[in-house]
Design a protein around this ligand. Structure first.
Ligand SMILES: Nc1ncnc2c1ncn2[C@@H]1O[C@H](COP(=O)(O)OP(=O)(O)O)[C@@H](O)[C@H]1O
Ligand SMILES: O=P(O)(O)OC[C@H](O)CO
Length: 497
């Protein structure tokens, strides 16, 4: 009977389970969306129990779809929306508050106060990160400060903190294992990416009791075994990494300088920088890509908060399209945006601007601008944002981009891929399997359990679907980018009192 590695991909809007075989082929998929909560403008929450319930249900469903038995699952890899912050009671297992999602801006003012204290360099030096509400540390502090008795209980050792992979591992092992992996830990603003330990200075600054934090581990190792009641047997959980780091791994970006961009809800461009962290001078963050075979691989990352989510906004809020796929059809009805720009700064701007007070904008409107132009401008905004990050990365790493591997839901859009190569002037490569995030998690779990022998075997599984190269003139591309920069400048600081 065929053996599989199970990848659990816990995303921002949906949870997925994919079963992969040795060739990296998808043998079964199940996916389920879960509710998003927006209790106040700029706030985003999830219900941790709903994350768990949807994740375990898709795992069961993916197995049922191909009648796979538990004995056929050699190991499980988990990949997840990063930074999202959960706190639960150690005894009852009940979350004490909704999960605060990475997109949530509620700690913007507190972050301002940290910046005003001149802590930017110290935090960057230890964590590789900038000070922004995006990262988990200030979200965790918010929960401890605002949920009644939370700090007191945390100090008494009654509460546990985790990002989503920690929560899922804890649930799958019925509360036996409380761990995180280095890549997820590196997104918390509490973890020292050089010593690979929780940083006591930062914990003191944020007033976080260390006993509530999970044990940091490599991204490929056996963390524990699933309780047999869930999937029918005790299965090793042997891989875990943040979704963007997993996509880098799944794209076989194993060499220094390899770059991928994922166009999902957000957009995330990562460059492998090898065993040495590169410090950004241009608004990027330094992050741990993965810990594997006793080695740490670092990456430079540009995180764009809204990419595919802007297409969802066209669909759900503006009702200009019925499905995301339609965006290509309408955008192709016009040759350009007729001078219109959409800046989708709905939750502020991430890299390389880091402005939590920026807000979305449509600019350049004239009477000739129609629905198709606005849809086209929204698609183009993804390409411009990615280009901004590429230029920052080139400056930081002192290289020019050779090629860009792409993945994520929106990369199915051929027009978007063409826009991307036209704007950034590098070849854009789309692989046959764009489920690179889940694939990366499966590879990490499969390497730990001997299903795959080494990274060379994984590299051989990567196959090109389509190559995109520039057709737009360089002059035209420069002109459009100049317009984009002007538009971005106008939306900065909008929500600041
Ligand atoms: N053909 C398309 N053109 C443009 N955007 C798309 C297309 N298909 C999907 N998307 C966008 O991609 C996103 C979904 O990608 P996915 O990788 O599943 O996201 P996530 O993992 O963040 O939940 C959605 O925001 C959706 O609007
Ligand atoms: O859920 P995704 O794929 O949009 O990824 C979210 C990121 O991990 C946030 O940092």
């Amino acid at each position: 009977m065929e053996k599989y590695v199970m990848a659990l991909d816990a995303g921002t809007t949906s949870n997925r389970c994919i079963l992969f075989n040795k060739k990296g082929k998808i043998c079964s998929v199940a996916q389920r969306e879960f509710p998003q909560y927006y209790p106040r403008p700029g706030w985003v929450e999830h219900d941790a129990n709903q994350i768990w319930a949807t994740q375990i249900s898709v795992a069961v469903e993916a197995m049922q779809k191909i009648n796979a038995e538990a004995s056929q699952i050699v190991s499980i890899g988990i990949t997840n929306q990063r930074e999202t912050t959960l706190v639960w009671d150690k005894e009852t297992g009940e979350p004490i508050y909704h999960a605060i999602v990475w997109q949530c801006r509620r700690t913007a003012e507190y972050c301002d106060s940290l910046k005003a204290q001149g802590l930017l360099e110290m935090i960057r030096e230890k964590t590789g990160l900038l000070i922004d509400p995006y990262f988990s540390g200030t979200k965790l502090k918010w929960i401890l400060d605002h949920v009644s008795d939370a700090r007191q209980k945390a100090e008494a050792g009654q509460l546990l903190f985790g990002t989503v992979e920690t929560w899922l591992i804890w649930k799958l092992t019925k509360g036996r294992v409380h761990v995180t992996d280095y890549s997820n830990a590196s997104r918390t603003m509490m973890f020292n990416i050089h010593t690979l330990k929780w940083d006591t200075d930062l914990l003191k600054l944020l007033d976080i009791p260390e006993q509530m934090l999970p044990t940091p581990k490599p991204s490929s190792c056996i963390y524990g075994y699933t309780d047999a009641s869930f999937l029918g047997a005790q299965i090793p959980i042997a891989g875990a990494a943040g979704d963007q780091q997993c996509a880098l791994f799944g794209q076989a970006c194993f060499d220094i300088g390899d770059v991928k961009n994922t166009y999902g809800t957000g957009g995330f461009l990562l460059m492998n920088t090898g065993n040495h962290p590169v410090v950004s001078q241009n608004g990027l963050v330094t992050t741990i890509a993965w810990g594997l075979h006793d080695e740490i691989t670092y990456a430079l990352e540009g995180s764009i908060f809204v990419a595919g989510a802007a297409i969802q906004w066209l669909r759900d809020e503006m009702r200009l399209i019925e499905s995301s796929v339609d965006s290509e059809y309408y955008a192709k009805k016009v040759h350009d945006t007729n001078g219109c720009y959409v800046v989708p700064a709905f939750t502020g701007l991430g890299a390389p601007y880091w402005d939590p007070y920026a807000r979305g904008m449509i600019i350049g409107l004239t009477r000739g601008v129609n629905k198709n132009h606005i849809i086209r401008a929204t698609l183009e905004s993804m390409a411009y944002q990615v280009n901004d990050v590429i230029r920052a990365m080139e400056a930081d790493a002192n290289v020019s981009l050779g090629q860009l591997k792409v993945d994520g839901g929106a990369c199915a859009n051929n027009l978007l891929c063409q826009m991307q190569t036209d704007i950034c002037r590098a070849p854009v490569l789309r692989p046959k399997c764009v489920e690179t995030t889940a694939m990366g998690a499966a590879y990490l779990a499969g390497l730990a359990t001997g299903y795959w022998q080494d990274q060379e075997e994984i590299r051989a599984n990567w196959q090109l679907d389509k190559l995109f190269t520039p057709v737009m003139t360089l002059d035209q591309s420069k002109k459009q980018i100049a317009g984009w920069k002007k538009a971005v400048a106008r939306c900065r600081n909008w929500a600041k009192e």
